[in-house]
Design a protein around this ligand. Structure first.
Ligand code: KIV
Length: 296
């Protein structure tokens, strides 16, 4: 399968599509989305993969990091996105604590994303140490995406959000992680915050598609956070973020214009108001005239 040119009717993207695209060297695009309206726009724009990332902890819920977002909060957003997405592959991020504690819980939580949320793939952070768990979930017919490199759920272990894989030992570990996850049968492999050269080596080594974020152009696909590309994050962007629009400015201008119109009685106009039917208005005028006459 090759990519549908922009503007043409699209076919449903599946996990098999991702592998075909890798084989054909067709770059894959992925964006995060967290609600009905934006996921619908992202889907209709032709993006192949939509990730309901646990980054929603920060972008949508205002938490400091991704650690506190719960299964129920994630599920609420996955359900909304499901209603907006037709063709893109829908991936749900398993939040911190939903898969690290007990494999049984992990499988139950993954199942909830599929049964209640309509997700087609679940995403798990971590390398070779997660390979058995990932096999366990795949055995239950749930495709799994893995995420290695800078894994935000390990922020306290990493000592901050730092680029990973910068020395030979760390590179070897990343290669072991990638090959173990590939052998486990992951549907794709997210590579975050690693040197371009390392991401290129991993991409050449594994058969699963790699989807990079801050991992250079040799990955099979690229993912960015919706709020990052549209300037909705209230802070300086990371080096790898490219801004494609300024929704902060669009929203601020629109809201300020609305307020100014209300304050100056410019909104609503007569055309923006409902009116009584002619006969009712005539009757009402008569009643009001009589009342006025009685008051005189
Ligand atoms: O939560 C998220 O948005 C992610 C992507 C950045 C890969 O994990």
């Amino acid at each position: 399968m090759s990519l549908t040119p922009i503007g043409e009717p699209r076919r449903k993207v599946t996990t098999a599509t991702l592998r075909d695209l890798k084989l054909q060297h067709e770059p894959i695009s992925c964006l995060t989305a967290y609600d009905y309206a934006t996921s619908r726009l992202v889907d209709e724009a032709g993006i192949e993969m939509i990730l309901v990332g646990d980054s929603l902890a920060q972008t949508m819920l205002g938490y400091e990091n991704t650690l506190s977002v719960t299964m129920d909060e994630m599920l609420h957003h996955v359900k909304a996105v499901r209603r907006g997405v037709k063709n893109a592959l829908l991936i749900a991020d398993m939040p911190y604590g939903s898969y690290q504690v007990d494999p049984k819980d992990a499988l139950l939580n993954a199942t909830r994303f599929v049964k209640e949320g309509g997700a087609e793939v679940v995403k798990i952070e971590g390398g070779e140490k997660r390979a058995d768990l990932i096999r366990h979930i795949i055995d239950a017919e749930i495709p799994v995406a893995a995420h290695i490199g800078l894994t935000p759920q390990s922020v306290n272990v990493m000592g901050g959000y730092k680029v990973q894989g910068k020395n030979l030992g760390a590179i070897e570990q990343l290669m072991r992680d990638a090959t173990a996850l590939d052998r486990a049968g992951v549907a794709c492999l997210y590579l975050e915050g690693i040197p371009r050269e390392v991401a290129a080596m991993i991409t050449a080594e594994v058969s699963t598609p790699t989807i990079g974020i801050g991992a250079g152009p040799e990955c099979d696909g690229q993912v960015l956070v919706f709020h990052d590309i549209l300037n909705l994050t209230f802070g300086p962007p990371a080096k790898f973020v490219r801004r494609y629009g300024d929704l902060a400015a669009v929203i601020t201008n629109a809201v300020q214009a609305f307020r100014a119109d209300v304050r100056s009685h410019q909104y609503p106009s007569d055309q923006e108001s409902y009116h009584l039917p002619k006969e009712t208005k005539a009757g009402l005028d008569t009643v009001l005239d009589r009342k006025r006459a009685m008051r005189r």
